[in-house]
Design a protein around this ligand. Sequence first.
Ligand SMILES: [Zn+2]
Length: 113
Amino acid sequence: MQYQCPKCQSRKILPVASASEPAVRPVVPKSLVFLIPSLFILLLLVIISIAMWIFGNGAGQTLQIATVIIFIISAIAGVLFWRDLPDFKISMQSFMQANKEWKCRDCNHQWKI
Ligand SMILES: [Zn+2]
């Protein structure tokens, strides 16, 4: 199994879903589904807080509470994802191995294994 383009040796390759033999999609853990949006919201709240500290008289209390709550949610989701990570890795690896068609993002070369 090679994880690089046979033409330009780039590692930026994408799996291509084939209609004839579709590979089993990796099981995405629910914790990851939670983790990504909560991290985005957390980042947004932190940016708003910093902007308010710079341009105003500091972040409002509601914003501070919201930031703390989202931080706690992110932390819990992070811990849950950490526990799901081994299963997710196995699921991802079997998906990579089962997938037969690949496409290169650098040179658009498409090949079959
Ligand atoms: Zn390539």
